[in-house]
Design a protein around this ligand. Structure first.
Ligand code: GCO
Ligand code: MG
Length: 431
């Protein structure tokens, strides 16, 4: 039987529900056989598009679709310089599509190619946020009523920009919120005074201590309202000075979080040793890592409990399954990144590892919009607080290309970059 080869690689840019998605379609020498992969880097989607169309598509034409490992390794070094977000996303789109094709050719879901299932479905966590303790509490209750058991909680810090709430920059949808200083400044006169400094373009002011006090107040409120049966998670989103992160993780211990996420920025990985020695608050990190050198020491030294890599940011299923296997040896659990800028194809790829790997931890999910569900037949479903794959061959998902064409990228201020958030004195804050 003649080898099945790559005939064409197409990149689909679409925005069904206010988040820009990058989907790769690998078409083969078999007319009806194709694969889909996620290459979504929502702040730089057209850079990924160029990396695929200008470089990987010509490089891979006529290659044998069966040789996923060789295609990954040769593509990885074909740029010479490597391990960055744009090229890794481009590589991921093709890699996931090739795994999709391999499963279709073998007539089995990718998790069966990897050794079968360790569980029926993947428990998920959802995002509850609000402007006040009461509003967050109401949203938590709503999710509990819908059958969710793991809930990430984020609350606006009055008078400041706060990640993960309506007052935050929401660049994933490219809609920057207006400056959030309209509320009374709940701070000392010092902050009030310097708040009025003329600060260049900013989508709000972030100050660490008001945020930290507000977050601890939220955990206290939720534990007194819901008790300790509910699993609550929180994303610091790397914004605070690292030593305050050490203090905060220790303060969180009594609230028994499921995990505390992105306590430090990737540039401050070195602080994990310090916090690890002082508290048992479970730590999660990974969505911002692209390079093996950022990742390997964190697993080897058991500095995190959950690895939260955004799978397309490291190049797809091929590297992700290797990292998951290494993590198992150190008892680090997976928690693949999965908000609305992980496409449904990306979630389908996450699910292949979520069902297969022994050291699964939790799967993040943002409830998909109606257009997204319609555009991606076979999208993993949510039921009983868990995500379910459909058991179809490959990744089990498709895309309605005609519909995707009807949802082109919307024009965005600053090209859809992550908004600039600043301290009261004007210093830029890590996102
Ligand atoms: C999360 C992440 C996201 C990122 C977003 C960036 O934990 O889901 O922090 O909210 O901010 O994916 O585009
Ligand atoms: Mg995060």
């Amino acid at each position: 039987m003649p080898a099945v080869t790559i005939r064409n690689i197409r990149t689909i840019l679409t925005e069904p529900d206010n988040t820009r998605l990058v989907i790769v379609k690998v078409e083969t020498s078999e007319p009806d056989l194709y694969g889909l992969g996620c290459a979504t880097f929502t702040q730089r989607p057209t850079a990924v598009y160029a990396a695929i169309n200008d470089y990987l598509a010509p490089f891979l034409k006529n290659k044998n679709v069966s040789d996923i490992e060789d295609i990954w390794q040769s593509s990885y070094v074909s740029s010479y310089w490597r391990n960055g977000p744009v090229l890794n996303n481009a590589l991921s789109g093709i890699d996931q599509a090739l795994w999709d094709i391999k499963g279709k050719m073998a007539n089995m879901p990718v998790y069966d190619l990897l050794g079968g299932r360790s569980r029926e479905a993947a428990p998920v966590y959802v995002h509850a946020s609000g402007e006040s303790l009461q509003e967050v509490g109401e949203n938590v209750q709503r999710y509990i009523d819908e059958g969710f058991h793991h809930i990430r909680v984020q609350m606006a810090t009055k008078g400041y920009s706060t990640y993960g709430t309506d007052r935050a920059q929401n660049t994933v949808t490219g809609l920057s919120t207006q400056n959030v200083l309209e509320g009374p400044i709940v701070a000392t006169t010092w902050t009030e005074r310097i708040h009025n400094l003329p600060v260049a373009h900013a989508s709000g002011i972030f100050e660490p201590k008001p945020y930290l006090r507000s977050a601890l107040g939220l955990f206290d409120y939720l534990r007194s309202k819901f008790g300790y049966g509910l699993e609550i998670l929180h994303d610091v989103h790397e914004r605070i000075p690292p030593i305050l992160g050490v203090w905060f993780a220790k303060e969180c211990e009594k609230y028994q979080l499921f995990f505390l996420e992105d306590l430090f920025s990737p540039e401050d990985n070195g602080y994990f040793k310090m916090v690890r020695a002082q508290t048992s608050t479970p730590l999660a990190m990974g969505e911002l890592w692209n390079n093996p050198h950022e990742i390997i020491p964190m697993i080897q030294e058991r500095l995190i409990d959950f690895i939260r890599i955004h799978m397309s940011q490291i190049g797809g299923i091929t590297p992700a399954r290797k990292i998951a296997a290494m993590a198992e040896l150190y008892n680090v659990r997976t928690a693949w990144h999965g908000p609305n800028d992980t496409s449904p194809v990306g979630h389908a790829a996450n699910m292949m590892l979520n069902l297969n790997t022994h050291n699964f931890g939790i799967q993040e999910v943002a409830i998909p919009g109606r257009n997204t569900v319609e555009m991606f037949p076979g999208i993993p479903t949510l039921e009983k607080g868990m995500m379910w794959a459909n058991g179809l061959p490959g990744l089990g998902i498709d895309i309605d290309e005609k519909m995707a064409e009807k949802f082109p990228f919307k024009p965005r201020e600053y090209g859809g970059s992550w908004d600039t958030v600043r301290r009261a004195d004007g210093t830029v804050v890590k996102p």
